[in-house]
Design a binder for this molecule. Sequence first.
Ligand code: SF4
Ligand code: SF4
Length: 162
Amino acid sequence: MVEDEPSSDGIFDLLQETDRKRRKSQRAELLETMKVKEFFDEGEIAINARTCQGLECELCIKVCPTNALYWHDGKVGIIHNLCVYCGACVVACIVDDCIEVKRVRKDGRVERFSKPVEVVKLFCTINSEQRRKRLESIFPSSETYLTRFPFQEKKTERKSEE
Ligand code: SF4
Ligand code: SF4
């Protein structure tokens, strides 16, 4: 029996996947040397050269924690392998929608932002989520909460007696 040969589409997908894995591990190695342990694996960053204030500003270059941005040939250049999609450059940028960042969280959720206010809102949401998860891990139910912090009826009674 002759086995089916893989289609050219299949081979192309396989090559793309191998290339993606190779780039991912190169990027992880590069960031490891910079002691960056936590980062978004997947994402994109783009800078609009038409709205960028360039030389008069350079704030994004100054705040980038991994030196992924640099000044070159009259515009801001990006070393994509060094970008961890943290959003610091978007917060610092003096022009709305000049830097656009898209990143994929571990659970597959996609986040996009291009204005400081969007990054701040995102951080607030992430912080609230983390607080909720922490609280749920300590008190999985209202009963566990009440066991630890029982309702202090006596104190309340005494106050009303006064
Ligand atoms: S998103 Fe973060 S790591 Fe990427 S260029 Fe902006 S400041 Fe640098
Ligand atoms: S912070 Fe914004 S305006 Fe300033 S150089 Fe960077 S991209 Fe351009």
